[in-house]
Design a protein around this ligand. Structure first.
Ligand code: MTE
Ligand code: MO
Length: 245
């Protein structure tokens, strides 16, 4: 589909929905400002576009709420089971000494970083809430280096529009746009409540995206790829792409 007919299609779809819901202005503004999410096509595309666009317009640059230490949850819930692959178990046995984070795609200096290297970068801590789409949540202190720092180090190219990220755990992957990737609260974390990040919470390395729902905070992080367009295969089919809260 040409860019023009794609935009026409989006616009007519948005206008139809907008007429029904009384947010015509929002839809028009979304289109004009390029606020069309990568999953606009498909069953949820229209609703997604409206949610995404209104969030972006209302909350551009906003921070996720941070909490005092006294509100850290005494018993944070670790969701799901850690990876069971031989590969992961071997890393675990070796105390994750050889764990690496690959960084590639639209960057000047693709490569891979060791945990020690990452721990040596400027560190930030944040006390934020992780909210699962299923309704539960907890507050914890997360420590790591800003993703923006890692991206600067490898020379992120101006064409990059999204960061796609992967886990050693099959099926878990994430995608955020540069606005979230460069946001100061988006951290490559290795610390949790003052200690190492426990395996249950994604240790040794996890991307923490506190401005979005829990499933965007991918555990057992192994790779970052800077891209300029999104192939549908990069999206997790069972979750909505944009999970702003
Ligand atoms: N690799 C991986 N990342 C993941 C998950 C997972 O099962 N595996 N679960 C996601 C979901 S749905 C949520 S709500 C949070 C849960 O984080 P927690 O285990 O620290 O509570 O991690 C997200 N990241
Ligand atoms: Mo979740």
């Amino acid at each position: 589909m040409s860019e023009l007919s794609r935009r026409k299609l989006i616009r007519s779809g948005l206008t139809a929905a907008a007429g029904a819901t009384g947010v015509a202005l929002g839809a028009a503004v979304a289109d004009r400002n390029g606020l069309i999410p990568p999953n606009w096509r498909g069953v949820y595309g229209l609703g997604e576009t409206l949610t995404y666009a209104s969030h972006r317009l209302l909350a551009a640059g906003a921070n996720a709420r941070e909490f005092p230490r006294s509100e850290i949850s005494p018993k944070p819930f670790a969701n799901g089971s850690p990876p069971t692959s031989d590969d992961f178990l071997k890393h675990q046995e070796q105390g994750f000494a050889d764990w690496r984070l690959s960084v590639d795609g639209l960057v000047e200096r693709p490569g891979s970083l060791s945990l020690d290297e990452i721990r040596g970068y400027p560190a930030e801590s944040q006390i934020t809430q992780l909210a699962c789409e299923e309704g539960w949540n907890f507050i914890a202190e997360w420590t790591g280096t800003p993703l923006s720092h890692v991206l600067e180090l490898v020379g992120i190219r101006p064409e990059a529009r999204f960061i796609f990220y992967t886990s050693i755990q099959p099926g878990w992957k994430g995608l955020i746009e540069m606005d979230d990737a460069l946001h100061p609260q988006t951290l490559v974390t290795y610390g949790f409540n003052g200690g190492d990040l426990p395996i249950g919470h994604g240790g040794p390395l996890r991307l923490r995206v506190p401005r979005q729902l829990g499933y965007k905070s991918i555990k057992y992080l192994t790779g970052l790829t800077a891209i300029d367009s999104v192939d549908p295969s990069l999206l997790r089919s069972s979750y909505s792409w944009y999970a702003g809260i």
